[in-house]
Ligand binder design. Structure first.
Ligand SMILES: Nc1ncnc2c1ncn2[C@@H]1O[C@H](COP(=O)(O)OP(=O)(O)O)[C@@H](O)[C@H]1O
Ligand SMILES: [Mg+2]
Length: 377
């Protein structure tokens, strides 16, 4: 078949564009009196994606989630869901289910009645509701608890009930505000997997707010990193970790070494008394930053113990060593470098061959290709 045989008109190709986002947040700003909680935030989410809003406390994550739900009204900007402008719709006219950090189950209703709650007013028959509730409880393996009251369940069980209650009406969008934060570490890790498996199985577009980077890195398809009301970066966990777009993202996700750079010349940059080879360094933009206020970042696992053939060797003195079970993090001082401290990750095997006592010299290598150049401001 040649191109000429296709009978699609431009109009037909446009109406069902599979690439159109499921949810679009456009230039969203939210002010509370004088303070700006959200500052011109824009991004798109595809159908079926699991998105995490990640950032420190007070950066605007909950406010953004509440604007999407209609529980808060934006000061400016738009929210588009399924190609419909929902910016001014009340929550009751929007298509979402929500789970908060506090379990917020009705204490005087049984587990079964809690799950059925949103279905009662839909006009569904009692038998249909009962079947739906049974199906939902089965999904989270809590069928046996149907007649119990919330207070008789553990925190993790209550959150699983809150989750299926939010899913009962089969919403297009599932909103989760720190749903695992109140649980202890072991339950939390188990529930991460359970929530993700359930989300995949139901293919429901999901946004989860968290301040926990491990949670975001392990669960999300893409992460929206926020800082002081602004969107810093949106990307896959790997992109966010390996290709941070801003110094904030580099510092907030994982551990990172920051080396301020002062002068640039012939593929080299000066930090303190060291000229570092940056010819293979990466940067967020195509053109590497080269003015003032530029930093190089490098992850502790990318810093190497110096070998003979290493460019960018720096002399350092060991400050202290942290034992972290499967590896060690060694903190050093590099007097020639314009950087207070560097961290280097060392395997247990490697540690056996080195003298890692405080004050000992440790020549390190900062491989050119592992450096990432960013504008500091
Ligand atoms: N109802 C409100 N009235 C006034 N300020 C608010 C209100 N809700 C949130 N804020 C402020 O908006 C900012 C963002 O808050 P929030 O969205 O709750 O952050 P996060 O969920 O990331 O911790 C904070 O400075 C907070 O104090
Ligand atoms: Mg919050």
């Amino acid at each position: 078949m040649t191109i000429h045989d296709t009978k699609l008109t431009p109009a037909e190709t446009c109406t069902t564009d599979p690439r159109s986002p499921y949810l679009g947040v456009k230039n969203l700003t939210k002010k509370f009196d004088e303070s700006t909680a959200l500052d011109d935030v824009s991004f798109d989410i595809s159908k079926g994606e699991f998105i995490c809003f990640l950032g420190p406390s007070g950066c605007g994550k909950t406010t953004l989630l509440r604007c999407i739900a209609g529980l808060e009204t934006q000061t400016a900007g738009q929210i588009i869901q399924s190609e419909k402008d929902i910016s001014w719709l009340p929550p009751s006219a929007r298509d979402f289910g929500i789970v908060f950090q506090s379990y917020a189950l009705f204490p005087n209703l049984t587990v079964g009645d809690n799950v059925a709650y949103g279905l009662v007013n839909t006009g569904a028959k009692r038998r249909e509701i009962a079947e739906k509730v049974d199906g939902l409880l089965k999904l989270v393996n809590l069928s046996a608890h149907k007649s119990k009251y919330p207070a008789q369940l553990s925190g993790g069980e209550q959150q699983r009930i809150a989750l299926v209650r939010a899913l009962a009406t089969s919403p297009g969008l599932l909103l989760l505000d720190e749903p695992l934060s109140a649980l202890d570490a072991q339950v939390r890790e188990h529930l991460r997997r359970e929530v993700r498996a359930l989300q995949k199985r139901l293919d429901v577009t999901t946004i989860m707010v968290t301040h926990d980077q491990d949670e975001a890195l392990t669960m999300a398809d893409r992460i929206v990193v926020m800082n002081a009301g602004k969107l810093e970066q949106i990307g896959t966990p790997r992109e966010i970790y390996e290709e941070p777009a801003t110094p904030f993202v580099a510092r907030f996700i994982g551990e990172t070494n920051v080396i301020p750079l002062a002068e640039f010349e012939h593929g080299h940059a000066r930090s303190g008394r060291c000229w570092l080879d940056i010819s293979q360094a990466k940067s967020a933009d195509e053109t590497a930053p080269s003015g003032t206020d530029v930093i190089a970042v490098i992850r502790p696992e990318d810093v190497l113990i110096a070998q003979k053939d290493c460019l960018n060797t720096v002399q350092t003195d060991i400050l202290d060593v942290e034992f972290l079970g499967d590896h060690l993090t060694v903190h050093v001082h590099a007097p020639a470098l314009d950087s207070d401290r560097l961290s280097v990750r060392i395997s247990k095997q490697q540690a056996l061959t080195l003298d890692l006592s405080a004050g000992t010299r440790l020549p390190l290598c900062l491989p050119s290709q592992a450096l990432r150049l960013l504008n500091a401001t």
